[in-house]
Design a protein around this ligand. Structure first.
Ligand SMILES: NC(=O)c1ccc[n+]([C@@H]2O[C@H](COP(=O)([O-])OP(=O)(O)OC[C@H]3O[C@@H](n4cnc5c(N)ncnc54)[C@H](O)[C@@H]3O)[C@@H](O)[C@H]2O)c1
Length: 259
């Protein structure tokens, strides 16, 4: 369980969507929040609203993470909670170019690796720290229409699991947040696959914030704002061929709908 009141927290991609809802929820729970975003105005607006500090920058580069941690550490003293949320949809074309794959890898996976690498020594010395990753249900299942998104979100889940397995006994708490559709700009940009597969069951970013809040209290690793994802995840493991047949049917529906 993570004590939020008085904690120093960092949220990447906190200027909009899920990150903004998380930053607001943490601040409402008494955390002192540093809001990072690529968009300086968006970061500033959220920081003003919640009485936090805006640190604009790119959480998807090594230098960006380093600069963010330096500024956040200077302001907060200790970083108790690091919420690695920023992500990229990585396009919707069937055969994305190399640079899209690379950017997806950097933002959706390596951003978590880089932040954890920098934070772990201090956290292990203190015997506590909370690391949260926004992966996606795509990281447990798949995201039709985007191979880079699916692959790099699976990697994000794998890294979060690895961190928890390796360091839980030394005081590290890890949460991996895996929603399906959430009504944000990213969902609006997700093309026909997002429209057909995710829109009907999409939830509000605030519901992700509440699901995370419950997990911070319970200590639960996997945060599933759409509880049905657990059933799909179980089916994928227990009968992968049946699950793939279902995915293939969905893919055909998407192709028919997009003409
Ligand atoms: N929206 C969904 O349906 C959905 C579902 C599952 C997981 N997710 C994941 O949730 C996270 C947040 O997505 P969202 O839907 O809120 O997206 P969004 O596009 O609505 O908001 C993301 C915010 O992050 C910022 N951002 C983007 N790249 C950044 C970077 N490299 N560094 C710093 N800031 C950056 C953007 O400027 C924006 O303010 C992502 O990791 C995404 O993959 C989203």
């Amino acid at each position: 369980m993570t004590i939020v009141s008085g904690a120093g927290a960092v949220v990447t991609g906190g200027g909009g969507g899920i990150g903004r809802a998380i930053a607001r929820r943490l601040a409402a729970g008494g955390a002192r929040v540093v809001v990072n975003d690529l968009d300086p105005d968006a970061a500033a607006a959220v920081a003003v609203e919640i009485g936090g500090l805006a640190v604009p920058g790119d959480a998807g580069t090594e230098q960006g993470v380093r600069d963010l941690l330096a500024a956040a550490g200077g302001h907060l003293g200790e970083i108790d909670i690091y919420y690695s949320n920023a992500g990229t949809g990585a396009g919707t074309e069937p055969d994305p170019p190399e640079d899209l794959w690379q950017r997806a890898w950097e933002v959706n996976t390596l951003a978590h690796v880089r932040a954890a690498r920098a934070l772990l020594p201090g956290w292990l010395a203190r015997g506590r720290g909370t690391f949260v990753v926004t992966a996606s249900a795509a990281g447990l299942l798949t995201m039709l229409g985007s191979a880079p998104y699916s692959v790099t979100k699976h990697a994000a889940v794998a890294f979060a699991e690895w961190l928890a397995a390796t360091y839980a006994h030394r005081g590290l708490t890890v949460h991996c947040v895996c929603p399906q559709g959430v009504r944000t700009q990213m969902l609006a940009n997700s093309g026909p696959a997002g429209e057909i597969v995710l829109m009907d069951t999409a939830i509000e970013p605030e519901q992700v914030g509440e699901a995370l809040w419950d997990a911070l209290t319970s200590g639960k690793f996997l945060v599933l704002p759409h509880p049905e994802v657990l059933d799909y995840y179980g089916l994928r493991a227990a009968d992968t061929d049946r699950w793939l047949r279902g995915m293939s049917r969905l893919q055909r529906r998407i192709e028919e709908a997009s003409g």
